[in-house]
Ligand binder design. Structure first.
Ligand SMILES: NC(=O)c1ccc[n+]([C@@H]2O[C@H](COP(=O)([O-])OP(=O)(O)OC[C@H]3O[C@@H](n4cnc5c(N)ncnc54)[C@H](O)[C@@H]3O)[C@@H](O)[C@H]2O)c1
Length: 252
């Protein structure tokens, strides 16, 4: 499917694995130049993007650290003054364990918020000059758990709710620069990060599929089409929206 992304410069955070890696490959398949950001090794994603025929640039940033974001974004903008799309996919999700709310320690609460919420804000803020040049697109990866609620991950779910508020708010503000800001709410996606949440993973996945209109496992590749669409000119008139990509997972 050709979505008019050929030659576009796109930044994807959390590009090293899972959903972020699939998004990078999807962009490469459609001719975009991909700048992958992560705190961990990006080599495997780089190899996959290159194998798909895409241009690839790797940038190590800890989005939880404002200095790291400032330095990394300055490096990105020095080589790519025009940023056509920014996909904020990085989050503290892999490595979290489900736990009762009274056991969430304050350090973990702060880490989740500083990476998932503040980190997303910082990436948008520090790449804004490039997004303005291109009248670019921002796509923030939220989560359907922010709409449904989910036991055992209260801090994470709250952070994903904040992403929805940030998206709607920024859409109204950045519209003055013709920048579109939208969010995606995946359902429960079969990634290594999801598998590490609990020894009950298989059971949760089975229950999730039963609660969906279409009884299919939600795979990382499922998130790609909607992300690319929201980053393309086909979505020029779409902003401030939250798009669930979850096979119709019940929200109540
Ligand atoms: N898997 C799901 O069921 C699901 C559902 C809804 C939303 N999401 C969201 O989708 C996104 C990807 O999820 P995933 O399942 O692929 O998880 P994941 O944990 O595998 O991916 C997150 C990526 O972000 C990176 N990252 C973490 N902290 C970082 C930091 N400080 N700086 C830079 N990069 C950092 C990780 O290294 C990793 O590559 C996340 O935003 C997650 O919250 C996932």
């Amino acid at each position: 499917m050709e979505v008019g992304l050929s030659g576009k410069k796109v930044v994807v955070t959390g590009a090293a694995r899972g959903i972020g890696r699939e998004i990078c490959i999807g962009f490469a398949d459609n001719g975009a130049e991909v700048i992958g950001v992560d705190i961990i090794d990006l080599e495997e994603t780089g190899a996959a993007v290159t194998a798909a025929g895409g241009s690839w640039y790797a940038c190590t940033i800890d989005i939880g650290n404002p200095e790291s974001v400032a330095e990394g974004c300055a490096w990105i903008l020095s080589g790519h003054p025009r940023i056509d799309a920014l996909v904020n996919n990085a989050a503290l999700y892999g490595g979290l364990r489900m736990q009762p709310m009274e056991q969430i320690d304050l350090d973990e609460w702060d880490r989740v918020m500083s990476i998932n919420v503040r980190g997303t804000f910082l990436m948008i803020r520090d790449l804004l000059p490039g997004l303005k040049v291109a009248a670019g697109k921002v796509v923030n990866i939220s989560s359907g758990s922010a709409l449904r609620g989910s036991p055992g991950l209260m801090h994470y779910v709250a952070s994903k709710g904040a992403i929805i508020g940030m998206t709607r708010s920024l859409a109204t503000e950045l519209g003055a620069h013709n920048i579109n800001v939208n969010a995606i709410a995946p359902g429960f996606v079969a990634t290594d990060a999801s598998k590490g949440l609990s020894e009950m993973y298989e059971k949760y996945m089975e229950m999730t599929i039963m609660a969906q209109s279409i009884k299919q496992p939600n795979n990382p590749a499922d998130i790609v089409g909607t992300t690319l669409y929201l980053c393309s000119s086909w979505a020029d008139a779409v902003t401030g929206q939250l798009c669930a990509v979850d096979y119709g997972l019940n929200k109540h």
